[in-house]
Design a protein around this ligand. Structure first.
Ligand code: XBP
Ligand code: MG
Length: 257
């Protein structure tokens, strides 16, 4: 007999709107630090987000927008140094409180812990960024709330490949039918689906027009009793925000046993 056991969270765009006001700003600051006049506008960044991973995104940008760029030294080393600076600048933004959690995230994490559910992270971003976000935006000891923080370069293929979700399942010996993933993007949904994990999608401004077919539920936010969600696809029954009860309903429907 099945039953919900594990919630697996994406980070960027899901726990917080980190992309436009966090990663994008830090990328631009790192370019300036390296004496380059590259500027990623809000609009251009929306385009670049189709490439998952910061180093991969810089490489794509160079190939498509500055194909004759001649970096000092090996291109891979240059990108790695630039990206390390970006991580330092991004975690500083988090420490300064520049990026709040999305609606309902803190509430659901606490409710899930109180209900005895296990928590995990499956993200494309670097582990340093996840730790900084958990510490500064969730709780000083929030890192210890998660059974595993699967992040960044620990897998060969980033989302939309299922590898990072598969790693979480393998490490925890978890049955995907007893898990629910939380994602904000089509790349993330495809990664979760590829590992046979049902997903709740909370869209944001960069992702709301993407294809979320196959998601258990698509909403505009996790929400709370005084700030209900808007359902964009799927059936939330009488629920008005994403609670543990709703998640158990969704997991039960996906697994008829
Ligand atoms: C997140 C990403 C990351 C971040 C930047 O995708 O694509 O690249 O934008 O992080 P997801 P790094 O939310 O689907 O995991 O610069 O640390 O790669
Ligand atoms: Mg995301």
């Amino acid at each position: 007999m099945g039953g919900l056991e594990l919630l697996i969270f994406d980070v960027d765009g899901t726990l917080a709107d980190t992309e436009r006001d966090g990663h994008r700003v830090a990328f631009n600051e790192s370019f300036a630090e390296f004496g380059m006049d590259w500027q990623w506008s809000d609009e251009l960044y929306g385009e670049l987000l189709k490439v998952a991973g910061g180093k991969e995104r810089i490489r794509f940008y160079v190939d498509h927008y500055h194909p004759r760029f001649d970096p000092p030294g090996e291109p891979a080393d240059f990108i790695a140094r630039l990206h390390a600076a970006k991580t330092r600048l991004y975690t500083r933004l988090l420490a300064n409180g520049a990026i709040p959690l999305r609606s309902g995230v803190g509430r659901l994490l606490r409710e899930a812990r109180a209900a005895g559910l296990h928590l995990a992270i499956a993200t494309t971003t670097s582990a340093d960024n996840v730790r900084a976000l958990l510490r500064h935006c969730v709780h000083p000891r929030a890192e210890s709330w998660f059974e595993i923080i699967a992040a960044g370069d620990v897998v060969a293929a980033k989302k939309p490949a299922p590898d990072i979700y598969q790693l979480v399942l393998d490490r925890l010996g978890a049955d995907p039918s007893r898990c629910i993933a939380f994602e904000d993007s089509e790349n993330g949904l495809r990664a979760a689906s590829g590992a046979d994990i049902g997903a709740v999608v909370t869209v944001n401004d960069y992702t709301r027009r993407q294809d979320f077919s196959g998601a258990l539920l698509v909403v505009d936010q996790l929400g709370s009793p005084d700030r209900p969600f808007r359902v964009l696809a799927g059936d939330a029954g009488a629920h008005r925000y994403v609670s543990v009860d709703l998640l158990r309903d969704l997991a039960g429907r996906a697994d008829p046993e």
